[in-house]
Design a protein around this ligand. Structure first.
Ligand code: GLP
Length: 250
């Protein structure tokens, strides 16, 4: 595993954008696994700028997103589909039919999970999976629990996740209680994983994920078993890993 430590959020975003762009340039028809949350916003912004500058194209890229709130329409301004459109897809030349996010309004959730797994399989899994991490160590919306769940499933969001995400909604009660998420199996099937962490409030999660035991109580810890993980973080988020003597590149 390679760990890049950047001075701040902008440095993290630039490094991440470089790594994703390199994948798109190397393999124009790559499958990108994409993530939402505040962490990758700067990464998308940087890639949009380079794309608009003419550096590379997304015309052949296919994408699969990690997760979606259950019950939110794609036009809801807190849905992850809306996030992807406004932060990334609307500003690049990716074909709309090549972008995939679980359908938050699916009438039959089990069928939607099966459809999404089949879709990811048919794409041959992600060449590069971008991930953020929750303060409780969640990846996608795979919350801490007794087991790692392999396939796409509906999760009950942890109270701490509802608290953390309430900042995006008018009221805490408006935060959906459930979400669709890609399972740990699909995430781990990606050929390369790029995990981003920013800010002091992610320092414990980053430390637990890479220095702690591999346990579903910290879903991100499963990444210790993947053979091509790149972790990019700012100093604040990586401080505990550095204190523990983990080697980082700058
Ligand atoms: C959200 C998303 C995750 C994201 C995480 C961290 O709930 N489901 O994909 O990585 O929580 O979010 P943020 O980047 O805003 O801290």
């Amino acid at each position: 595993m390679r760990i890049y430590m950047e001075a701040d959020y902008d440095g993290m975003s630039r490094r991440a954008a470089n790594l994703i762009s390199a994948e798109v340039i190397r393999k124009p028809d790559c499958v990108l696994g994409l993530a939402t949350g505040s962490t990758p916003v700067g990464t998308y912004k940087q890639m949009v700028a380079w794309h608009q500058h003419g550096d590379f194209s997304f015309k052949e890229v296919r994408s699969v997103n990690l997760d979606e709130y259950r019950g939110l329409a794609p036009t809801h301004d807190q849905s992850y589909r809306y996030f992807m459109q406004t932060n990334f897809f609307d500003h690049i030349d990716i074909l709309p039919e090549n972008t995939n996010v679980p359908d938050g309004l699916a009438a039959d959730p089990e069928a939607e999970c099966a459809r999404y797994d089949q879709l990811i399989r048919s794409l041959g899994y992600a060449d590069l999976q971008l991930l953020g991490m929750g303060r409780n160590g969640h990846i996608g919306f795979n919350e801490p629990g007794k087991n790692f769940v392999k396939e796409t499933h509906v999760v009950d969001l942890a109270e701490s996740t509802i608290d953390a995400n309430a900042r995006f909604f008018a009221a805490r009660d408006d935060v959906p209680r459930q979400a669709f998420t890609m399972g740990i199996g699909c995430i781990m099937a990606a050929r390369r994983i790029l995990l981003l962490v920013s800010g002091a409030d992610k320092a414990d999660a980053a430390y637990n994920a890479f220095c702690g035991p591999i346990t579903p109580e910290c879903p991100g810890s499963i990444l210790q078993l993947h053979n091509d993980v790149v972790l990019v973080g700012d100093k604040a988020a990586l401080s505990k890993l550095v204190d523990a003597g983990v080697k980082v590149s700058e």
